[in-house]
Design a protein around this ligand. Sequence first.
Ligand code: ADP
Length: 620
Amino acid sequence: MAKTKSEAVQEFEYKAEMKQLLHLIVHSLYTHRDIFLRELISNASDALNKVRFRQLTDKNVLDPEADYEIRIEVDEKEKTFSIEDTGIGMTRDDLINEIGTVASSGTLEFVKKMQEEGKPLDGNLIGQFGVGFYSVFMVTDKVTIETRHADPDSRGYRWVSDGQGTFTIEEIEKSNRGTKISFTFKDDAAEFASADRIKEIIKKYSNFVDFPIYVNGQKVNTIEALWHKPKDQISEEELTEFYKFLTNDFNPPLAHLHLSIEGAVNFKALIFIPETAPPLFIRETFKKSLHLYSNKVFITDESEELLPEYLRFVKGVVDTEDLPLNVSREVTQSSPVTAKIRNVLTGKILGFLEELAQNEPAKYEKFYKNFGPLFKTGVNTDFTNRDKIINLLRFETTKTGKGELISLKDYVQRMKDDQKGIYYLSGETREEVENNPNLEYFKKNDIEVLLLTEPVDVFVVPGIGEYEKKPLISIEKADLDLKKDERDDEKLGTALAEGLMKIIKETLGDKVEDVIESKRLVDSPVTLVVGKEGLDRQMEKMMKMMNRDYTGSKKILEVNLSHPLIKNLARLNLGDSSHPLLRKCILQLYEGALLIEGNLTNPNEFVKRMTEIMEEATKG
Ligand code: ADP
């Protein structure tokens, strides 16, 4: 809360979370300290974009004739630095609310976790979390902001902070629009107090900023809209540099796509697929996926309508002359032009991924491992392009090594002639699914099964329904139409089997939906499967996570009539159906199957019964 220091200067305290984050920035970030400059320039550029956009429709701003520019002054002797822009400026409220708070609530947790895990805290991370301004505290102990908002009746303010616990705000005389940020470099950051060094950093990170940047009066950046250049005149280097500028990524992109579309809709675009997913990627929104320009004037980087959600991993620029300039960002969102661009872009990106998959499979696999979990959801949301997306899906199977992926097309090509469908099994990890007893039949008969271990798979794969007329079938379902087991001769006789099934049903009562003979088990005596209407185990787990009251459906117990233990039990039953060991063993088998599933709720009884059975077995 505000405390009055003197009449004119008010002191504010940072929120606890902000204080902790600042502490981490000041005391833990030692690599890439030069990004402080990138962040300051990027904020200045954002502010200039905002005022330029506003001036398209509203002439009533402060200094309407001012050039859009960024001026940096650096003094080698005094070790001082300042950056001034003619952008939108900040109101008093902006200084309190925009500068003094952490944008994303996950930031602090994430940074702390990295630190706890002993991972190096990289200055670059800060820029990705929307606390870019505070990176200046890596190089200075005290910062002053002087600013005045573009509203003609705004006032000027000075904000000062040492980045510890508090900041102050006072009203000042400031005649021109925009923001000036100034400070003195700390001793251990004195290397940055050099015009040459500053110019070098600008070339490295900020060369594509839309506005001229001057250092001690000299212009340093080349302003050009790269996407307007003909394809063959853009070098690989320029592309990489531009990508890094757009995304703050330190690595080059995995792949890029340059589009120049003319026809029902006209636009140019430069689209990139990053090599790695940024931290917090899944939780991130559309922010900074695509930057939308209208005839080289930046409009927004938060458009949610330019791309479907499942493609928001791409980065890049879209520039169109078809959007009316005198509209608000909101109208831009709902414009039919935006919808047309979206359709064309989606088709082009999917086509591009198809090419990548075909011509550069290693790259495609890299893409898929990073962004697959998001990309896959397109199967459920984009009905127009569903088939294309399904063709782009990749899976591990019982016949691939860990991490090796195949397509459904590959699967169908090597399917057995009499195979009824495409089999899949879901679980948490590859190890877990591989040990699932339901796989035994498939292993023995050399039938390939897709192994699904991604949480989204349970929503995506059942939704596919069928591929090339082959149904997708969960091998956890009881109605699997499998061939008769060739070991029939080893199986229990009918009378013995019927007797045993009856006693199992009696013993388990309404714990299970049914007890049936299994065709899929080889080495295990029993397994639990779900009925026609039931959900897979993995699906059930998700349901339970989303709804605490969800209890799941009853399972069907499948019994392997060729298993020695089952045969022993059948004989025991014939001799003395009230033998105490019989019921104990049946309960133990059932609960053992629950245990494998991770659904055993009462391990005490299970262990107690096991002890009794062992005692009985060792009686001598
Ligand atoms: P981010 O830029 O990611 O939002 P920052 O911490 O760098 O995070 O900046 C916080 C906010 O402060 C900006 O979103 C903007 O509203 C405001 N701001 C920072 N620098 C300027 C500037 N030069 N001109 C106007 N507003 C600014």
